[in-house]
Design a protein around this ligand. Structure first.
Ligand SMILES: NC(=O)C1=CN([C@@H]2O[C@H](COP(=O)(O)OP(=O)(O)OC[C@H]3O[C@@H](n4cnc5c(N)ncnc54)[C@H](OP(=O)(O)O)[C@@H]3O)[C@@H](O)[C@H]2O)[C@@H](O)CC1
Ligand SMILES: [K+]
Length: 480
């Protein structure tokens, strides 16, 4: 599991550790890790040209000490000082002592044009609001350079705690972050500014429960349900799909497609698109009556393409099993009923649906995705999966939010969400908790989207069809 802590949490841990260590020791740890990462990226340090962008805080200090280490190994180092009179004193002395040069932002052009590597030490976790004009100009100038750009702790200009980017920010090829990931390094749009992130352990003692986490391959593999020798269909989980309408039968077909690939022992379908579902998936158990009369089900998915059928939504929500509510179902569900359910509920809105549920403009959700997903989970006492370029999953109990690391813009295609709801519903039926079912579903769905697309457009059906391959990959099993 990759874990991220907020700037405030990091500062508290830093204070505690600094009290035990000689002055400056922590910064030396950070600088040593940073210099080692830069040396790896450069290949050959001796004779290389590096430029340090140095702000007025300790982030600039890290850059200066790392620059000094590289200069002692034969790199030509130039520091661009944004606030010459407030530059980290010890760091500047170290750089000068190692033969490094100093310049101003106005005169930085030639050094940037020749640089092999740029170290961004403008601001770290102390940054507030968008970059100030002079810093923003420097960030824009870096974009024009061919050098490898390495961000110190985080790319300057991103919001460490939320992943927002307010105006100009440094676009890094790599980020060397200290102690723990910062939430912004895992959430778009900021994530896309960070490049490859390397974590340097500086010995911080951090709370076991992070603010944000991201599943990795091994975590997903451990969570995937596996049929035992004695599994019958009920032990593997029977998932019910209440989706589709005369107008939108395709949503039913795609949700069933996702559910069948999600490891369910059986899929029951309830709704008016039974013929279309059977034509495509004859293994589905189709029922024309209401969901509650469809037979035993361990979890329901309700909503995709359901049109105005509020009665079908209410019928599902009245059942005492886990329920995943998506698409039209989010609009039709009675909020009071959602809140009063005792079995787990999972809501899977996109930003527009989330905005409607919260009664705020869509832009408000888009610009504060982390806060929005937390608020939804609290207001509806439900696990909430907020779709987007980084899909976020907030548990009902206020625990850490999960950021999905496998998203791809190829998934922004009609019907792709229906596949995800079926897939996550099947995982719920198999016994995973709401947050595990939603986040494992999003992880596999993202990988399947990449696999199906591999550089060319893919349909939602292709995404569903790719799920078994990525399932095998995650399990570490070679395809037969
Ligand atoms: N503490 C430790 O032991 C360790 C800390 N470590 C490192 O310290 C970093 C945190 O350092 P920090 O707290 O000094 O803050 P930092 O990120 O450098 O920025 C503050 C400066 O930036 C300025 N500034 C603010 N906003 C701005 C904006 N929008 N645009 C432009 N400028 C802006 C602000 O100016 P002011 O508001 O004072 O005028 C202030 O001077 C952390 O990320 C890690 O790299 C590591 O060495 C490990 C050990
Ligand atoms: K930085």
């Amino acid at each position: 599991m990759r874990t991220a802590h907020s700037a405030e949490t990091v500062r508290a841990a830093e204070r505690a550790l600094m009290a035990e260590l000689p002055e400056g020791a922590l910064m030396q740890r950070a600088a040593a890790g940073l210099a080692a990462a830069c040396a790896d990226l450069l290949g050959r340090v001796y004779g290389s040209r590096i430029v340090l962008l140095v702000g007025s805080g300790d982030n600039g200090g890290d850059a200066l000490y790392a620059g000094a280490r590289l200069a002692r190994r034969g790199a030509g180092a130039t520091a661009v000082l944004l606030a010459p009179e407030r530059t980290h004193e010890g760091g500047l002395a170290a750089l000068r002592g190692a033969g490094g040069q100093v310049t101003t932002p106005a005169d930085a052009g030639p050094a940037l044009a020749r640089a092999d590597l740029v170290l961004d030490g403008i601001v770290g976790i102390g940054g507030k609001g968008g970059l100030r004009p002079e810093a923003a100009e420097l960030a824009a100038a870096v974009r024009e350079s061919d050098a490898v750009v390495v961000a110190v702790d985080l790319p300057s200009g991103i919001e460490a705690d939320t992943g927002e980017v307010l105006g100009e920010a440094v676009r890094a090829d790599a980020t060397v972050t200290f102690g723990t990931y910062k939430p912004g390094l895992l959430i778009d749009p900021a994530r896309s500014y960070a490049g490859a992130v390397r974590l340097v352990d500086i010995g911080l003692d951090l709370p076991a429960v992070p603010e944000l986490e991201a599943l990795q391959y091994a975590d997903v593999a451990a969570l995937l349900p596996e049929p035992g020798a004695e599994s019958d269909k009920y032990r593997r989980g029977v998932v019910g799909i209440a989706a589709g309408s005369a107008t939108y039968p395709g949503a039913a077909v795609l949700a069933v497609a996702g559910a069948l690939r999600g490891g369910a022992g059986a899929v029951r379908y309830s709704g008016p698109a039974g013929d279309e579902v059977l034509a495509r998936f004859p293994e589905t158990l189709v029922h024309a009556g209401p969901p509650s009369a469809a037979g035993r089900v361990q979890a329901w998915v309700v909503g995709p393409g359901i049109g105005e059928d509020a009665a079908r939504v209410a019928d599902v929500l009245a059942q005492d099993v886990p329920v995943l509510v998506d698409a039209d179902g989010l609009r039709l569900a009675d909020p009071q009923v959602l809140r009063s359910r005792t079995a787990p509920t999972v809501l899977t809105p996109h930003a527009g649906e989330a905005a409607a549920l919260l009664g705020v403009p869509r832009e408000e959700v888009e610009s504060a995705r982390l806060a929005s997903v937390r608020r939804l989970a609290a207001e509806f006492s439900a696990t909430v999966l907020l779709k987007g370029s980084t899909t976020l999953v907030a548990p009902a109990d206020g625990g850490p939010v999960r950021a999905n690391p496998t998203g791809t813009s190829w998934l922004a295609t009609a019907g792709s969400g229906d596949v995800l709801s079926g897939l996550s519903g099947a995982l719920l039926a198999a016994g995973l908790s709401g947050v595990d079912a939603a986040s494992v579903g999003a992880y596999l769905h993202g990988l399947a989207g990449r696999r199906a697309a591999s550089g060319a457009p893919a349909s939602a059906q292709d995404v569903a069809a790719a799920i078994p391959e990525v399932w095998r990959d995650v399990r570490g099993e070679a395809p037969a």
